[in-house]
Design a protein around this ligand. Structure first.
Ligand code: NDP
Ligand code: OXD
Length: 313
């Protein structure tokens, strides 16, 4: 069987690097040659243009260059072919480093110490040990599990919340709607690593933040979101920070990205902003396995790391 042709459609994410690496093994094009281009077998995409994929008669699989696939489903006409997403130890390691960094910074009162330094203030803040602090991770998938393991290694108490019931050694597991409030009530630092689906959109709102544990050794509740911006309500976070419902937040993702200059979150003294960069897909790690999957698929082997369309992730 001939090697199928690849359509690469990437907005942001440095498309040239993906193009160069994919082109080493397959013919890659950046635009279909006319409507219903029959030569395209695979699409490798990030935020593809709506309807781009709908009319490709010989498309056999779509590869997302991210772990999240909500960008794909922005297009209501995504064809019904298998969708492969990124699952990669390198990506999980990046995310786990981000989570450990932000959890440790909040735990060790980083914001307070930086503010003191600017004022040349010599004052020892209150200290707690990791085991006194409970980190609750929403989403114990590929990324959440790796982060949970790392946090356990640092000595934190770890809770997890998932859609279906799950087990993980050392983690107190909660699931579903019934498990949400008890999970939040037992959590000091909330880490959001959920996918964006119709069920999770807007979940991280004022009401939810109000259920976190505030009477704790940290002196309040903390939010860290590195999942997706539309999981949260930016205005509710600002309100929660202003009225003390939240002590601090680290936000990597926002309802609108790039975060508009007018957003109060940019200059908020209790917010640490990163530009959706907690864990960036690296083509040097990801293109090899992608090409290997295409080769194996053409030999009749099954694809893996497939998205469950029904669940939306
Ligand atoms: P996975 O699909 O492996 O895991 C998703 C987890 O979320 C699972 O534990 C799943 O539960 C849980 N979940 C999904 N829907 C619900 C729900 N309705 N209620 C409760 N739990 C739910 O995803 P990954 O860990 O690979 O990635 C997670 C997300 O991280 C991505 O979708 C993406 O949005 C984001 N991301 C952000 C990056 C960044 O740089 N900021 C980089 C990479 C990814 P269950 O176990 O029951 O299925
Ligand atoms: C992803 C991302 O989903 O980078 O991989 O956000």
């Amino acid at each position: 069987m001939d090697k199928g042709r690849v359509l690469l459609s990437v907005t942001g994410f440095h498309p040239q690097r993906w193009y160069d690496l994919l082109s080493k093994d397959r013919e890659v094009i950046l635009e279909p040659e006319g409507d219903g281009d029959p030569s395209i077998t695979y699409a490798v995409v990030w935020k593809q243009r709506p309807n781009l994929l709908a009319g490709l008669p010989n498309l056999r699989a779509i590869f997302s260059i991210g772990a999240g696939v909500d960008h794909l489903f922005q297009d209501p006409n995504v064809p019904d072919v298998p969708i492969v997403r990124v699952v990669d130890p390198n990506l999980s390691q990046h995310m786990s480093e981000y989570v450990m960094w932000r959890v440790m910074d909040h735990h060790r009162q980083g914001a307070l110490l930086r503010a003191q330094q600017t004022r040349k203030l010599w004052h020892e803040p209150m200290q707690s040990v990791a085991s006194d602090v409970s980190v609750g991770i929403m989403g114990l998938g590929q990324l959440g599990r790796t982060a949970a393991k790392a946090l356990l290694g640092l000595g934190f108490t770890v809770n997890g919340w998932t859609r279906r019931s799950t087990d993980m050694a050392g983690v107190t597991a909660f699931h579903g709607e019934a498990g949400l409030t008890p999970f939040l009530n037992a959590t000091d630092i909330l880490v959001v690593l959920l996918p964006l689906t119709p069920d999770t959109e807007g979940l991280v709102n004022y009401d939810l933040l109000g259920k976190l544990r505030r009477d704790n050794r940290l002196g309040g509740a903390v939010l860290i979101n590195a999942g997706r911006g539309k999981l949260q309500r930016d205005a509710d976070i600002a309100r929660a920070l202003d009225d003390g419902t939240l002590k601090e937040a680290s936000l990597d993702v926002f309802q609108t990205e790039p975060l508009p200059e007018t957003s109060p979150l940019w200059n908020h003294p209790k917010v640490f902003v990163t530009p959706h960069a907690a864990a960036t897909s690296d083509p040097t790690h990801l293109v090899g396995p992608m090409l290997a999957q295409m080769d194996a698929f053409e030999r009749g082997e099954p694809l893996y790391n497939l998205v469950d369309r029904q669940a939306g992730y």
